[in-house]
Design a protein around this ligand. Structure first.
Ligand SMILES: Nc1ncnc2c1ncn2[C@@H]1O[C@H](COP(=O)(O)OP(=O)(O)O)[C@@H](O)[C@H]1O
Ligand SMILES: [Mg+2]
Length: 251
């Protein structure tokens, strides 16, 4: 299973979902790889210090002769490794202009690692550009985090259109695994309305598990920890563990 976490909107919970879903999957015992495709490197920084990062996913994608394996660094959590990002990733689009295999670079780099890492999670940048397309071409499944907010569904048409384009040619097998509602506040009527709206658009694709707003989830990356070691008894830990259960049930 290769799950891309994508939504071209920023700040909707992609990275929080990527790091904690990857950690939950690792906790369940199988080797898990978290690939950070966002030049902002937030996923990377949630587990590693930048000093540890000598080469990044950028180097592996840009250089046909550099295996992805070379840039992977184990995290402090058992079974979890990270393919780190660096700001250089922002240059990738320009670098690959005119390359015929530009959309397939990540897929080709992941292929030799699928046995080593039966579970792969890809954190995407907040765009529908070449990096996100590389993730969608490489992925078996797509998970869409949608923030519980007034503008929650704005932009989902563009995302769905991109998915259809990827499915039409480079990756017909790509499946939408589900939509997860993030930063939900059960107490407000607005949040309940928004949840109903999301449900209306995505129906059974919406995960039963909803991620509520939680300060603990916001804090854990600053301590280089997932929610499971930072606050194992928090609602965030419980919810992301339940989400991992649902994810495994659907693949
Ligand atoms: N469930 C949550 N509760 C509270 N804060 C959250 C939650 N999920 C994400 N955040 C915070 O919201 C901000 C954006 O989340 P992030 O995961 O970085 O989104 P994205 O990767 O889509 O830009 C971050 O500061 C993050 O810590
Ligand atoms: Mg992010």
């Amino acid at each position: 299973m290769i799950v891309a976490i994508a939504n071209q909107k920023g700040g909707v919970g992609k990275t929080t979902t990527a790091i904690n879903l990857a950690a939950a999957l690792a906790l369940r015992g199988k080797p898990t790889l978290l690939i950070d495709l966002d030049p902002q490197a937030n996923s990377t920084l949630s587990f590693l210090d930048m000093q540890q990062v000598e080469q990044s996913v950028y180097d592996a994608i840009a250089d046909p002769h550099l295996p992805l394996e070379t840039v992977i660094i184990p995290s402090s959590l058992p079974n979890l490794s990270v393919a780190p990002s660096r700001i250089a990733l922002a240059k990738l689009e320009a670098k690959l202009v005119g390359e015929l295999d530009a959309h397939f670079r990540l897929k080709d780099k992941i292929e030799p690692l699928r046995k080593t890492y039966p579970q792969i999670v890809i954190d995407c940048p907040p765009t529908l550009g070449l990096l996100t397309v590389n993730a969608l071409v490489a992925a078996t499944h797509l998970l869409i985090p949608i923030q519980s907010s007034y503008f929650a569904l704005e932009g989902t048409d563009d995302l769905l259109e991109t998915i259809e384009k990827v499915r039409a040619r480079p990756n017909p097998a790509l499946r939408i695994l589900g939509v997860v509602i993030t930063m939900h506040d059960k107490r407000t009527a607005l949040a309940r309305d928004i949840r109903a709206q999301i449900q209306k658009v995505f129906g059974g694709k919406v995960f039963k598990t909803v991620i509520t707003k939680s300060v603990r989830l916001e804090e854990s990356p600053a301590y280089k920890e997932s929610i499971f070691t930072f606050a194992p008894n928090s609602t965030g830990a419980l919810e992301y563990y339940k989400l991992s259960e649902e994810v495994l049930g659907r693949v």
